[in-house]
Design a protein around this ligand. Structure first.
Ligand SMILES: [Zn+2]
Length: 452
């Protein structure tokens, strides 16, 4: 390890926290178009002060920033975002959402974790490394920082595809990660893909008296039957062909899954779950390696108090599919259409919502992934948890496809971090370790790894 894990970094940590305070004060709420230009300018200034060349490209909502600095045999691409979620409901915040406030070892503020705290902890760690190397950054660092992540990254995929050569790298560091309450870092080497849809069924121009249920089919019956045909009682998706493109998980994936702690007890206890799906022993395999279909909402007819004897003219169901490599979102929609047609649900319309995300997963045995694991263990003084994939989704696939490098997610979030909610926070301990990790990780990439 090229960095003494116990080195005194307090001045760098304090400077980082001052930067974070200033950045949290900028109300960069992308959903409302607030202060995005100002925040992009502040991020640009922070990076330029460290010798980065920063270019701003127009996005659909906010500028996309691409920064570059340093020279060396390894090129690291870091991905972060400077926008945040709305602060509502404001009255549930214990302290003002845009004032970074420390209480009991935690730092509270919108963006303290997601994603300004992540960005600043990395910037502060990069300063540590430069100081140790006489002001030189001994590897090529490219930094892609967008301002539209919280509204679904509408510009990102096309941007990466259009700038693939400039963004080329040997490894990609994802925007987030988490630390367990016991202080164990959790690394993710992949994300599930997602497809969000509505199914709509209409049987008449207007609602009818329910006596006509004897002679007119009912859209909610039809939707209930269509939805029921999608999944078996154990959660297995029953659409023909759906599983054909699922890549068998590797031996490394399986070994990593078996090493994951717990069997979902925390989830079941936190949410007082009464209907767990699958055996506890399958928890991590199901959550991280298997695709799933969810019903998000079922709407139609009379939903008010008392009775109303109506035969609704139409109904609607919202669904999401969580996909695993190498399932393709567009193909899933085609297979769903073919399945509904084959089941005589031709009248049920599929409406595709938002932009789909492809699934992505890196090779756990890749040297870049293994370096992150090794350095995280040394910095935190405990064996990290390496998860082949998060159960959640995000725009990781375009990085792997166009940048052509493995991606690792590792960061400073915590399970009580209230990301997107009132009282968002990070632990000071995790921020400090984030600074330490960044310095050691970058040093190790510069010295220990060579470009492929
Ligand atoms: Zn977020």
């Amino acid at each position: 390890m090229t960095l003494n894990p116990t080195a005194d970094l307090s001045a760098h940590v304090q400077r980082g926290l001052d930067d974070l305070k200033a950045l949290v004060a900028l109300q960069s709420v992308s959903a409302q178009g607030r202060m995005l230009g100002e925040t992009a300018a502040a991020v640009t200034a922070l990076l330029e002060a460290e010798g980065f060349t920063v270019r701003a490209f127009p996005g659909q909502v906010a500028p996309v920033l691409v920064a570059e600095a340093g020279e060396g045999p390894f090129t690291l691409l870091i991905y972060n975002h400077y926008d945040v979620q709305p602060e509502d409901p404001v009255d549930l915040w214990a302290t003002p959402p845009f004032e970074l406030t420390e209480r009991d070892g935690r730092l509270y503020g919108r963006g303290a974790s997601d994603d300004k705290g992540e960005f600043i902890s990395r910037l502060a760690g990069l300063r540590v490394l430069k100081e140790q190397r006489g002001g030189r950054l001994p590897l090529r660092v490219k930094w892609l920082i967008e301002g539209e992540e919280e509204v679904g990254s509408p510009s990102l995929e096309a941007f990466i595809a259009g700038h693939a050569a400039e963004l080329s790298a040997d490894g990609v560091w994802w925007e987030f990660g988490s630390i367990t309450p016991e202080g164990r870092p959790v690394l993710y080497a992949g994300l599930k893909g997602i497809v969000c849809l509505e199914l709509r069924c209409r049987v008449a121009a207007s609602d009818l008296h329910s006596s006509n249920g004897a002679v007119v089919d009912n859209p909610l019956w039809r939707l209930a039957a269509a939805v029921a045909s999608l999944r078996g009682p154990d959660g297995t998706v029953l659409i023909p062909g759906f599983h054909d493109d699922v890549r068998p998980s590797s031996a490394a994936d399986q070994a990593a899954i078996e090493a994951l702690p717990g069997q979902g007890e925390t989830l079941r206890e936190t949410y007082e779950v009464t209907r767990p799906l699958g055996d506890p022993g399958e928890y991590h395999t199901r959550l991280n390696l298997k695709p799933v279909v969810n019903v998000n909402g079922f709407h139609g007819g009379y939903e008010g108090e008392g009775s109303k004897t109506v035969l609704p003219a139409e109904g609607m169901v919202k669904l999401d599919f969580r996909l695993v490599p190498d399932q393709d979102p567009a193909r899933v929609v085609q297979l769903l259409r073919a399945h509904l047609d084959a089941q005589d649900f031709r009248d049920i319309e599929i409406i595709e919502l938002e932009s789909h995300q492809h699934p992505a997963r890196s090779d756990l045995n890749h040297a870049f992934v293994q370096t992150a694991v090794r350095v995280a263990g040394a910095v935190h003084g405990v064996a990290p948890i390496l998860n082949p994939s998060s159960g959640g989704s995000g725009p990781m696939y375009p990085f792997m496809q166009h940048v052509g490098a493995p991606v690792i997610a590792l960061g400073i979030g915590n399970i009580g971090g209230r990301v997107h909610a009132p009282n968002e926070n990070i632990l000071r301990r995790d921020f400090e370790n984030g600074v330490r990790f960044t310095a050691a990780f970058l040093a190790e990439l510069a010295d220990g790894q060579r470009s492929a």
